[in-house]
Write a protein that binds this ligand. Sequence first.
Ligand code: SF4
Length: 81
Amino acid sequence: MGVCRTCAGALRGTTGLAWSMLGVHVLSQGAVKQRLEICRGCPEAVVCQHNAHQVCRCNACGCWLKHKTRLRRETCPKGKW
Ligand code: SF4
């Protein structure tokens, strides 16, 4: 199982979530969209229960993709982006 840098510890996970929500260290909308498109086609992505067209979580690292894909310093644990 891959380990996400932001989610490697509870504190770092919380920090990453805060950065994403505050818009700190985030990528452009286009770059985030590109990452999410890759995640949508990935077998590790968990589909959202409320919207089958969206992916919520990555099974490989456990991160919330909505936030993980926004953060500049994040990387895919499978090396896809
Ligand atoms: S972060 Fe990587 S491994 Fe996780 S769902 Fe996205 S493409 Fe797949």
